[in-house]
Design a protein around this ligand. Structure first.
Ligand code: GDP
Length: 297
């Protein structure tokens, strides 16, 4: 499971301070030093760690903790609040267009889990919100992607709009939206092409799709297992496309968790959902507070 190492280390640190009737500046110093190391080891962005530790130190050395009746517990509360804040609020809402269909554009690097997550998100929209999505296969460079999306559509019993690998992805997206209007599908989820790395060609194409279809959401799918790279990728996509949210995949793996803890702080964009496995029902709303509780035990 994700965050195991971080969780163990932070829990050890917390244990030391938990029962303390009095917390000295020295105690806080030691604790924050350990927190800092634990976060760095979990691959959290260096600057994010620095700011985080500074805030905890300020609050923990302040009156809030020193003068409280249960200083040890109060320190833990501060750490939990800051950890929650770091990951953002509960923002797993999805836009609803004034006039349907609502258009969601899925972007991300190849292998991040974009196509799978497109299917998962469609499943979640139907199950939790009673929506009727149509999927659009606009990844024309990886032929298997179209087939993969069609297979997902069959499994879900949902329509998939595809035009093969020769068509222009912009046209595919536009035609999918037109079809959704005709067929009364209230969401269109566009699976776009990925590349192994961020490159200009890819970004240019994604910008073109964005300009033409004006999506209500642009969700970046990132692989939590890629650590710091996930954060860099998120930053690049956000700079180019002004994404509206992040869907973090593979949180079921033994990721150290750095991506989940850094992306919000670095890009300012919320993590909306987390992939917890390969199956279609394994996409969950990302709740920072619950995640912080899980990490701190
Ligand atoms: P794409 O190239 O971005 O479209 O990636 P795919 O959707 O083809 O996914 C790449 C691989 O990641 C596939 O084997 C998926 O089953 C797997 N995958 C996607 N999301 C998750 C997840 O949340 N957990 C796990 N364990 N595997 C995932």
């Amino acid at each position: 499971m994700a965050f195991e190492g971080l969780s163990d280390r932070l829990q050890d640190t917390i244990k030391k301070i938990k029962g303390k009737g009095k917390v000295t500046e020295q105690d806080v110093k030691e604790m924050t030093r350990e927190v800092r190391l634990a976060l760095l080891e979990a691959d959290v962005n260096f600057k994010v760690v620095k700011d985080f530790v500074k805030r905890i130190r300020e609050r923990a050395v302040g009156q809030e903790v020193m003068d409280s009746l249960t200083p040890g517990q109060q320190v833990i509360k501060v750490v939990k609040e800051e950890l929650t804040e770091l990951m953002g609020g509960d923002e797993s809402r999805i836009a609803v267009a004034k006039r349907p269909p609502t258009v969601i554009m899925m972007v991300g690097l190849q292998g991040a889990g974009k196509t799978t997550t497109t299917g998962k998100l469609a499943n979640l929209l139907r199950k939790n919100y009673n929506r009727q999505p149509l999927l659009a296969a606009a990844d024309v460079y990886r032929p298997a992607a179209i087939q993969q999306l069609e297979t997902l559509g069959k499994q879900l019993g949902m329509p998939v709009h595809s035009e093969g690998t020769e068509a222009d992805p912009v046209d595919i997206a536009k035609n999918a939206i037109a079809k959704a209007k005709e067929e009364h599908n209230d969401y269109v989820i566009i699976d776009t092409a990925g590349r192994l790395h961020v490159d200009e060609g890819l970004m240019g194409e994604l910008e073109r799709i964005k300009d033409e279809v004006q999506p209500d959401e642009i969700f970046l799918v990132v692989d939590a297992m890629t650590g710091q790279d996930a954060v860099n990728v998120a930053q690049s996509f956000d700079d180019q496309l002004d994404i509206t949210g992040v869907l973090l995949t593979k949180l079921d793996g033994d990721t150290r968790g750095g991506a989940a803890l850094s992306i919000r702080a670095v890009t300012g964009k919320p993590i909306k959902f987390a992939g917890m496995g390969e199956k279609l029902d394994q996409l969950e709303a990302f709740h920072p507070e619950r995640m912080a509780s899980r990490i701190l035990g």
